[in-house]
Ligand binder design. Structure first.
Ligand code: DGL
Length: 269
């Protein structure tokens, strides 16, 4: 099916995390219709094998493309790391991941060319950020660590809890010891921890929010393909999840910064 300006942007993630990307899309593209799929029955993706995450991502993309979307956003860093190229080859639609946009921005702002990356185990193990950074600038030094405890902390609402600061200090120490001047938040959940991370990293380290950068890339893609919606009126996003909606609605509100309702459960089989 051909993409039309009136069609929605499809966004998927393993769960609530991608709502940080949806929120940025709403802020930067307020008149674009959005369809969100959270694979809540199978979250987390960050601890799973690349083969499993690829299969989940293919199923999610199949569901969203059946909803008549004009562009697909892989909001999950782990899924972007292992599935983006396969999805881009499978569909005729533009497919935007979160890794390239974050990496590009990091290269723009880093002065000393020492860049830190934090993400899930799967994202860090894949080396996807490192590849994206070095593809544009082979001289850049990349230091990457996984921070698995940040996902449950963000979902518990413990972003500014003293324990979050202690854990962040431990995780970031090896990166800060390497003198990074830029830190890529390579996971959907980490923008919620921005204040704590900035406190720990100090004012000289620039944090890169992949969600913000991804929304800018989506805006550029729509513009270059003349796919922007013409009507200047906002529509509420449509939400789909693969488990019962209760937890998604409760936890998702803080990720979205607004109450969340009208969530439908679907099966991707
Ligand atoms: N959405 C995932 C990511 O950005 C984090 C949560 C998970 O592990 O599924 O990598």
């Amino acid at each position: 099916m051909l993409a039309e300006p009136e069609h929605a942007i499809g966004v998927f993630d393993s769960g609530v995390g991608g709502l940080t990307v949806l929120r940025e899309l709403q802020r930067q593209l307020p008149y674009e219709p959005l369809v969100y799929l959270g694979d809540t029955a199978r979250v987390p993706y960050g601890t799973k094998s690349p083969q499993t995450v690829l299969r989940y991502a293919q199923e999610a993309a199949r569901f969203l493309t059946a909803q008549r979307v004009k562009l697909l956003v892989v909001a999950c860093n782990t899924a972007s790391a292992v599935a983006l190229s396969t999805l881009a080859e499978t569909y005729r639609l533009p497919v935007v991941g979160v890794i390239e946009p974050g990496a590009c921005r990091a290269l723009d702002v880093s002065r000393n060319r020492r860049i830190g990356v934090i993400g899930t185990e799967g994202t860090i193990r894949s080396g996807a950020y490192e590849r994206a950074l070095k593809a544009s600038d082979p001289t850049v030094e990349v230091y990457a660590v996984s921070c698995p405890l940040f996902v449950p902390l963000a979902e518990e609402g413990w972003m500014n809890h003293p324990s979050a600061e202690m854990i962040a200090a431990d995780y970031l120490a090896p990166l800060l010891n390497q003198g990074v001047d830029t830190l890529v938040l390579g996971c959907t959940h980490y923008p919620l921890l921005k204040q704590t991370l900035q406190r720990v990293a100090g004012p000289d380290v620039q944090l890169i929010d992949s969600a913000e950068e991804t929304a800018k890339v989506v805006a550029g893609e729509l513009y270059s393909r003349s796919l922007q919606r013409s009507a200047a009126e906002s529509l509420p996003p449509r939400y789909f999840v693969t488990d019962i909606p209760d937890r998604f609605e409760r936890v998702g509100g803080s990720f979205l910064g607004a109450p969340l309702c009208g969530v439908t459960t679907v099966s991707l089989d």
